[in-house]
Ligand binder design. Structure first.
Ligand code: UN1
Length: 493
């Protein structure tokens, strides 16, 4: 059995408590994958001080050189893609096809960030005074605390880490307790690529203990968190005490609309991938299906036929379509929502129970589930479930469909299938979400586009794309007066 460690100030080390936690395969709870340090506030202190110290040299490393290291990280991720995908599938259960995609998202993010090292543009702007030069440049901020979830164990840490590092910041990285090995391998790769000691520090453990300690720490300037809205709100409140810069990527309740003129086969592939990919455990997962009344019955029939064919199993097997829930408690949450849906009067079309046949009994499997006759105000139509549960709502026109889609506290991803250009443009304009797909599922964001949501999905920041470099850098405005005269803005101009 493998015993893993923290990585602080360029050294692998145990927790100061000497305590550990176990990591098990959700497809087979009897398979122990390793033990990991259960870190303490003391470990956080060491990690933050290490990051603070190394910031002084890393911030002076030219950005193109920082980018070169990230390019090398991308190269190593490419070489080790298959191995990393397998580790991830064992840790959190999604099928290999998807964990390969997770690594690919990390590779794309690495190469994108690497090239940004040769851009990181600032501005030069005319001054209102003679012989005076104005510019704004990006500067590094300091220590960034990165707190990441288990559903994209590699991609999401790369979304945060690469732009943070490229901009000249140093990092304290706290990965989810369900996917600590992927995080460890990722840090090993950063070391192999030449990241200097202390620039990236890894600490394993519980959010309630070390996550909070990172958020509250005076020397941590930036927090980036992906996880639940509930925890995000707590982070936001406690980070306010030190006025930290905080990026929050939280819940979703994404919907796919299918209009009566849509290509139904295309929409069918889309909803299957969006709702049951990653066992529904994406913040971008399709959790609601809004069907035009004219195609409602036909589409449901098509959907039911396909859902019956979905094969549950170990994500490492090529015969598996849908893996397990990540943990026992996640599966229980899913089941509680199914009970709520039944009580609310929705019709359980398929699923709604644990899958326990044969080997499945060793894992946290849940049958792909569809509720029909769902009305927009039911809890299963409004609250995030994070599992393989789809709520189907009927609609009679595009404006009502959009209204239903918008009827949640979240606003991450959304989708509409239609051939009508007017309806498509109305959707692009009126949907309240950070991401809108036309004739494509709610999942599948690309690394070089801004990613994030509105309302209680986040706090206005975006990951990915060009905008993320704004989050990880501070603007510094510089005026150079070369007139040799005493010149006063607003007064002498
Ligand atoms: C998430 O679910 O937290 O668009 C991220 C997607 C992926 C990222 C999902 N590229 O579904």
């Amino acid at each position: 059995m493998k015993k893993f460690q923290n990585y602080i100030d360029g050294k692998w080390c145990d927790s100061s408590s000497q305590q550990t936690f176990e990591n098990r395969n959700p497809a087979n709870k009897n398979e122990l994958l390793g033990t990991f340090p259960k870190s303490t506030k003391e470990d956080v202190e060491k990690a933050v001080q290490s990051a603070k110290k190394s910031f002084e040299s890393w911030r002076l490393t030219p950005a193109p050189k920082r980018g070169d290291i990230l390019r090398k990280v991308g190269d190593i991720l490419t070489q080790r893609k298959e191995e990393l995908a397998k580790i991830m599938t064992k840790e959190m259960g999604k099928v290999l096809l998807e964990t390969r995609g997770d690594v690919q998202e990390g590779i794309d993010t690495a190469y994108y960030a690497a090239t940004e090292g040769r851009r990181l543009f600032g501005h030069t702007v005319p001054s209102e005074l003679n012989n005076k030069f104005n510019m704004s440049i990006r500067t590094p901020i300091g220590v960034c605390g990165l707190i990441t979830p288990w559903n994209f164990p590699l991609a999401i840490p790369t979304w945060k880490m690469f732009p943070a590092l490229l901009c000249g910041n140093t990092v304290v990285f706290k990965p989810a307790m369900q996917t600590p090995e992927t995080a460890t391998r990722f840090v090993e790769i950063l070391i192999e690529a030449g990241i200097p000691n202390g620039v990236v520090n890894l600490i394993h453990g519980a959010g309630s203990e070390i996550g909070n300690a990172i958020v509250e720490h005076n020397d941590v300037e930036v927090i980036s968190f992906t996880g639940s809205t509930e925890v995000g709100k707590k982070i936001s409140k406690s980070a306010a005490d030190t006025l930290k810069r905080v990026s929050l990527e939280l819940g979703g309740k994404n919907a796919q609309i299918v209009m009566d003129d849509a290509d139904l086969d295309l929409a069918l592939d889309g909803v299957l991938w969006g709702a049951f990919g990653t066992t529904g455990q994406r913040c971008t997962a399709t959790s609601r299906l809004i069907l035009h009344e004219k195609i409602h019955d036909k589409f449901l029939e098509m959907l039911l036929t396909r859902v019956k064919k979905l094969r549950l199993g170990d994500g490492l097997l090529s015969t598996t379509d849908v893996g397990p829930c990540v943990s026992e408690s996640q599966r229980n949450t899913v089941h509680q929502y199914v009970e709520i849906g039944k009580k609310e009067g929705a019709n359980l079309l398929i699923g709604g129970e644990f899958a326990t046949e044969g080997e499945l009994d060793n894992g946290w499997f849940y049958k792909p589930t569809i509720f029909t006759n769902v009305t927009p105000n039911m809890r299963i139509a409004k609250e995030e479930i994070f599992g393989p549960v789809l709520s189907v709502i009927k609609t009679s026109n595009v404006f009502e469909a959009i209204q239903i889609l918008n009827n949640t506290i979240y606003g991450l991803s959304s989708s509409i299938y239609t051939k009508n250009i007017n309806d498509a443009f109305a959707a692009m304009r009126d949907i309240k979400a950070g991401i809108v797909y036309i004739n494509a599922p709610t999942i599948g964001a690309e690394a070089h586009m801004p990613f994030g949501g509105v309302k209680q999905t986040g706090n206005g920041h975006r990951e990915g794309g060009w905008t993320v470099f704004d989050f990880y850098s501070e603007w510094k405005t510089i005026y150079v007066d070369y007139s040799g005269n005493f010149q006063r803005a607003q007064i002498d101009s």
